[in-house]
Design a protein around this ligand. Structure first.
Ligand SMILES: [Zn+2]
Length: 365
């Protein structure tokens, strides 16, 4: 019952019967118990919410302060933490920085120190309980990082006494953009994280599509030319080999992203050509994805989003030319809105939205 309310928001008892597959009598007794224990609240009846001519049916919702979840996003140089309640409201956050060659056990220790501080101050200020679940974002392709995932999830789970769900942080950032950010409320979105590497997410029907091997959304290693430049994945001609940050800086003859942005803002031809060519290649890969899975909404995130419309316009132009029929009419290309907090917010969203295994959360009745 809590899972259905967590995923779908307020629901009537009849909708809970449909959503859980439990009998009316069982739903009635469970909801009575949850109401008595303050885990669920009954919302005021509103006209027009009932079916037929009778009085509208009462809607039940999670008590917003009854549950908080923690989102943790590990980057190469910092960890971001977000604490949010069951109503998806952010109640607190922390950012801690570390040097690039920091071991994973040290990163986890830094995150735990920040988490304890965040949880304690939120308890003192809002009287909130300890988090009932933790979402974690980890950089890189997770099938190749099983050791890191195991280190992080085991340490956080035992220290915080809560179940931990992890995912690639580019995928979590994409989900967050559909909940709070540039694609808020959209159900089918392709998200690109453009930085030193190129990652991404496919959100389909409101959920991250990971695929059976956990590799869905790897836009960076879509091949554009089998005879193209060598990629760090040892293949040739991947999107990342053309549009990764270092490649763009070297092609444009500048040292930093800020310098590249200044150059395109000033209309320096070499820099403008490099960014436009990158946008066209990104557009070509997104158009191919759109043709396969029927998405028309795209979000460009990661550090390169700082290039703004210099990058988004060529992406949009290619997509406009290549999408078919209604997808062309529905096309939206946005710059990411959530910046540094996207991964941690996505970690929160994934634990609030995804069904949890029976008994995973301490909600037994
Ligand atoms: Zn590659």
């Amino acid at each position: 019952v809590l899972d259905v309310l967590r995923r779908n928001g307020p629901a009537s008892r009849a909708q809970l019967v449909d959503g859980t597959g439990l009998s009316r009598a069982t739903i009635s007794s469970l909801t009575t118990d949850l109401l008595r224990r303050g885990r669920v609240v009954e919302l005021p009846r509103r006209p027009g919410t009932g079916t037929g001519t009778g009085r509208p049916s009462a809607l039940l919702a999670l008590e917003p302060t009854s549950e908080v979840v923690l989102g943790v996003d590990f980057g190469h140089t910092r960890v971001v933490l977000v604490l949010a309640d069951a109503a998806h409201e952010v109640v607190g956050s922390r950012v801690r920085r570390y040097r690039r060659p920091t071991t994973w056990s040290r990163r986890v220790a830094i995150a735990l120190d920040a988490a304890r501080d965040l949880i304690a101050s939120n308890m003192a200020v809002n009287g909130s309980p300890a988090p009932t679940a933790v979402g974690v974002g980890i950089p890189g392709s997770l099938p190749h990082r099983e050791d890191v995932v195991a280190t992080v999830t085991t340490a956080l789970s035992s220290a915080l006494a809560a179940p931990v769900r992890s995912d690639n942080n580019a995928r979590l950032a994409g989900l967050a953009e559909t909940v709070w950010g540039a694609a808020k409320g959209l159900q089918n979105v392709a998200y690109l994280k453009l930085s030193h590497g190129v990652g991404g997410a496919l959100v389909l029907d409101g959920r991250i599509h990971t695929g059976p091997r956990g590799t869905a959304g790897e836009f960076g290693h879509v091949g554009l030319d089998p005879t193209g430049p060598l990629c760090r994945c040892s293949r040739q001609g991947c999107l990342e080999a053309y549009v990764g940050l270092e490649r763009l800086l070297s092609d444009a003859g500048v040292d930093t992203l800020a310098a590249l942005k200044d150059a395109v803002d000033a209309g320096v031809p070499q820099a403008t050509d490099v960014v436009t060519a990158a946008g066209r290649r990104i557009g070509a890969v997104l158009a191919a994805a759109a043709g396969v899975v029927d998405v028309a909404h795209f979000v460009l995130g990661g550090e390169l989003a700082a290039l703004g419309e210099h990058l988004a316009t060529p992406v949009r132009n290619v997509l406009r030319n290549r999408l078919l029929g209604q997808a062309q009419a529905d096309l939206r290309v946005e710059l990411a809105a959530l910046g540094e907090y996207a991964g941690a917010l996505g970690a929160v969203a994934t634990v609030l939205r995804e069904p949890t295994a029976a008994g995973e959360l301490p909600t037994a009745v």
